[in-house]
Design a protein around this ligand. Structure first.
Ligand code: PEP
Length: 250
């Protein structure tokens, strides 16, 4: 399966920094079977999509609203994203869940809205520290997946990307060990397989949580780890390029 290296820039970078990063990224060799995704902040998506057009870079949003239009001040819909050439969108990131009250139900609706527009949802799931300490991590991720993905058809499921992001590892410098990542990714793959072997075989499962050049080779080498959703290390062109190279070497 292809490997995906996706950068979630969160609320970082201004217009000039976004443009300079994309210009530099266009010169970075992309190995066969590696897909490169960047998720800049909303105001820069249109310019980023234009600048990346014709390159191997996919531009993603970090969030969207589930409705197509309406009185939802401050929100951005999937059809709006489509109209500016955005091809993918992160949904259900733990920061959205923690700070903006995003529920699994809303995440499910966002996924359906994105798929309707032909935009690839990058669906984030992952347990809190206390779930891991209490040995509930497999159960928590299974419940998240059921709530957010349960209503999708197999054809829809085949068009999503999953990012397993243990919340205790995001932005903390703590990383899941290669074994912890592989175990959870295999669990997610098994859950997908309940919808059909073809679904399980189709859906890339990315790891996210303090992934950087130092630990990426070990993580990406696992059979069920199909790349990474990268926060901090995606802000730096040298580190991000190195992650792309490492993904291609696995
Ligand atoms: C993220 O926010 O998706 C993430 C994985 O962040 P970091 O790499 O900084 O832990």
């Amino acid at each position: 399966m292809r490997k995906i290296v996706a950068g979630n820039w969160k609320m970082h970078k201004d217009r000039d920094e976004v443009s300079a990063f994309i210009a530099a990224l266009k010169n970075v060799p992309v190995p066969t079977d590696v897909e490169v995704v960047i998720a800049p902040p909303f105001p820069f998506l249109a310019a980023a999509a234009e600048q990346a057009a014709g390159s191997l870079i996919t531009v993603a949003a970090q969030n969207c609203h589930q409705k197509s239009h309406g009185a939802y001040t401050g929100e951005v819909s999937a059809p709006m994203l489509k109209s500016i050439g955005v091809k993918a969108c992160i949904v259900g990131h733990s920061e959205r869940r923690q700070y903006f009250g995003e529920t699994d139900e809303a995440v499910g609706e966002k996924i359906a809205a994105l798929l309707e527009q032909g935009i690839t949802p990058i669906y984030c799931c992952g347990e809190l520290k206390e779930d891991r300490v209490g040995g509930k991590h497999f159960e928590v991720v299974a419940a998240q997946m059921k709530a957010a993905l349960g209503a999708l058809t197999n054809d829809q499921l085949k068009r999503i990307v999953i990012a397993y992001e243990p919340v205790w590892a995001i932005g903390t410098g703590l990383t899941a060990t290669a074994q912890q990542a592989q175990e959870m990714h295999a669990h997610i793959r098994t859950l997908l397989a309940t919808h059909g072997a073809d679904v399980a075989a189709h859906v890339p499962i990315l790891y996210g949580g303090s992934c950087k050049p130092d630990n990426a080779a070990e993580l990406f080498a696992n059979p069920d780890v199909n790349g990474g959703l990268i926060g901090g290390a995606a802000l730096d062109i040298n580190q991000f390029s190195e992650l792309i190279r490492i993904a291609g070497a696995q």
